[in-house]
Design a protein around this ligand. Structure first.
Ligand SMILES: [Cu+2]
Length: 163
């Protein structure tokens, strides 16, 4: 009989815990939605065929410019990484007249302005060494300046692992 007296309070406590858990789970989801960038436009089959060999961190597309970003090591970890932006026109010709800068930051906190000029490495590749000070979600915006063209900003998001 005494047991029955506890059922009410126990159920009430469980209900509160479920509500709290619900709120806790909902908050990060909402934040994630707000922080997410506009999805990159998907490349068509012909465009995908222009991808560089090997693993990349993603592709981007702006007008008639296609870009892939890759890293050495292929999975970026805390510390230095050699980032390689590969630029090619939708006509299949590598872009060799660009000035490329990597604008690098975390997406869940800002570490302040961090711009690394990428050196032309030939055949549409532009390379720069970037330092990732923390593991977590990062983005590199490849700023692509070309004579007689509007500046393109191509955003790549990826995770930097602890090691
Ligand atoms: Cu950070």
């Amino acid at each position: 009989m005494n047991k029955m007296r506890f059922v009410g309070p126990v159920l009430a406590a469980l209900a509160v815990m479920v509500l709290l858990a619900g709120c806790g789970a909902a908050a990060p989801r909402q934040a994630g939605v707000v922080a997410a960038a506009a999805p990159a436009p998907a490349l068509d089959t012909a465009q995908k065929a222009l991808a560089p060999a090997g693993a990349t961190l993603g592709s981007q597309h702006s007008g008639d410019l296609l870009a892939w970003l890759s890293s050495k090591p292929a999975q970026p970890v805390r510390g230095a990484a050699k980032m390689d932006a590969y630029l090619v026109g939708t006509d299949g010709k590598p872009v060799t007249d660009a000035k490329v800068t990597f604008d690098t930051d975390m997406t869940n906190m800002s570490h302040g302005p961090y711009l690394v000029p990428a050196d032309p490495a030939g055949n549409g590749h532009y390379m720069g060494e970037v330092h990732f000070s923390m593991p977590g979600p990062w983005r590199v915006i490849a700023i692509v300046e070309r004579p007689g063209r509007e500046t393109a900003k191509l955003r790549f998001e990826f995770t930097v692992k602890f090691n």
